[in-house]
Design a protein around this ligand. Sequence first.
Ligand code: M6R
Length: 366
Amino acid sequence: EKGGYEHFMLKEIHDQPKAVRDTFGTHISEDMSQALFSELNWEASDVDSIKNILIVACGTAYHAGLVTKKYIESLARIPVNVEIASEYRYSNPLTDSSTLCIVISQSGETSDTLAALKEAKRLGARSLAITNVVGSSISREADQTVYTWAGPEISVASTKAYTTQLVAGLLFAVYLGQLNGKLDAALAKDILIGIHELPELIHTIFEVDEDMKAFAKHYGFKTDAFFLGRSIDYAVAMEGALKLKEISYIHAEAYAGGELKHGTLALIEEGVPVIALATQEDVFDKMISNIREVKAREAVVIGIGMKGDEEIAKHVDHTIYIPRANKFIAPILAVVPLQLLAYYAAITRGADVDKPRNLAKSVTVE
Ligand code: M6R
């Protein structure tokens, strides 16, 4: 059942091309110009009535929500708040009938997320679930559901659920932007073609497997690691840090590139591993400056860049390239090396990859 892999996590990392393909499925028109959601069947007036969007989720799904916020705000120009479900429910929230509440949950059973959804509905919000489990409690509670088709995710550490959540979030953002007229047709097409190419592109990233294994062997016994990124890359950095902490028990922190000097730069010293994401063209130069700041303090930097942006290699110790892609597609690719790094770090440390201590796959208690 592990398909020849040693652990479910590794199998599920390798399931991602198929999971992504099954998730975009019939949501892209044949000429790649339109995002389609026959299960929603919205009209322009449905989008016009939404004045703000609230995304609630936990853990990895929350990180997918942070990326989805960037997608929706960029492509449909609707303001989005992302809240941790357990915080939202007790925050006396400013949700009303002009709010669309999107809940993201792999299992569809997370109790905090379900309770947040009920609270948003009580306050009058319209609701949409993005979940991986057909007929789950969350899909039954929400007004409408968009399914991710990752297949069963057994490993506690979420991998293919996350990438499929990003695909669903991106497609939905394109859908909104096309319905409200805020999205340029050429950009929409570029994104949809990019989504369509994702399965092959993810396959090519598996070539970094040996590199990630080697980094994990080299740095797997350090006590701390930092993940840096700006813009969408910052959200990916948060997911990379969670993955590493969750299964290898190495303390990891994610920082927005520009924020490190307002916080814990003092912790960056000789030999501290820093994983720096630089896939976002509009902040690429700024990210290079942040990389120089940590290099000046003798951190060991693994840079994640896009093929063609060779500049990064001049500033870091090791470079991992993801295939060149549209900036909204990049996070779906950039997370894959981080998943592999966490996996091999856990192996190096002899941790139980699929069943990290004190964590359950589905958290059905508050
Ligand atoms: O089933 P859900 O997506 O609602 O689960 C939410 C979190 O518990 C989950 O993503 C958790 O953070 C994972 N273990 C992360 O790898």
